[in-house]
Design a protein around this ligand. Structure first.
Ligand code: DC
Length: 235
């Protein structure tokens, strides 16, 4: 198993002229980050990274091990010890999975119980350090579309390709309800925005897109057009 200390690129300063392109997609819950990031990955042939799933995996693992998710030190200790591995898998697009003890808890991380636990786990500074290293190491897989809350502000602040998605609360709540998930999004956004460690913020230089009333295809087209414009401007 690969331990976190072996994540290869974590501490290096990345020169994006030589290194892979990172498209950072941050934003509020149910603002279309996942749908758009997957479409972008598919259309550009980039690797998709869902960082929320990584935090969810830790929350699920803590629940499995009966660790109190409110106990910051106990959760940080789990992070130091858990046996994880990042794996890039092929499909309609390539995507990165965080495996724990060789297992990918795809369904388990989407339960209401895990969703309720994850903001607490994600608030710990040590957890965020661990995640940042793991997430930065994903560049070993190639050009990335990485979605989360702090990708443009904290994980890859040096990238030129930052986007912040949002939509009206009523529309976001309707999107979640259509997925069969009943969640207080306003409360979750408040937690994500007000925590001390790497809060949800609009990154400097990010393009802000309010996609209320737009189809994912329209939003994705806007993002790809802007990425291409910025690439052309860089020469
Ligand atoms: O995007 P999501 O709903 O799967 O995210 C799950 C939780 O993890 C959510 O409360 C925000 C948090 N998160 C975070 O703090 N930083 C990230 N980069 C991604 C997710």
């Amino acid at each position: 198993m690969k331990s976190v200390s072996k994540f290869r690129y974590s501490q290096r300063k990345i020169n994006l002229n030589k290194q892979p392109i990172i498209i950072a997609i941050d934003g509020t819950s149910a603002s279309g980050k996942s749908t758009n990031s997957k479409l972008i990955a598919q259309q550009l042939g980039y690797v998709y990274v869902d960082t929320g799933a990584m935090y969810r995996t830790l929350a699920w693992h803590c629940l499995q091990k009966r660790i109190d998710v409110h106990d910051v030190k106990a959760v940080a200790a789990v992070c130091r010890k858990w046996k994880t591995e990042l794996k890039c898998v092929a499909g309609d697009f390539r995507s990165v999975r965080l495996l724990v003890d060789g297992y990918y808890p795809e369904k388990e991380v989407r339960t209401a119980e895990t969703s309720a636990a994850v903001p607490h786990v994600a608030a710990g500074p040590k957890v965020r350090d661990w995640m940042k290293k793991a997430q930065r190491s994903c560049i070993e897989f190639g050009d990335l579309v990485m979605e989360g809350r702090d990708i443009g502000t904290n994980v890859f602040p040096e990238t030129d390709f930052k986007f912040y998605l949002d939509a009206h609360l009523a529309e976001r709540s309707a999107r979640r309800a259509a997925e069969g998930v009943d969640e207080d999004l306003a409360k979750r956004d408040q937690r994500d925005s007000q925590r001390a460690a790497a809060p949800l913020m609009i990154a400097l230089g990010a393009v802000i897109i309010n996609n209320s009333g737009e189809t994912p295809q329209q939003t994705t087209a806007k993002i790809i057009a802007e990425v291409k414009r910025r690439m052309a401007a860089r020469g």
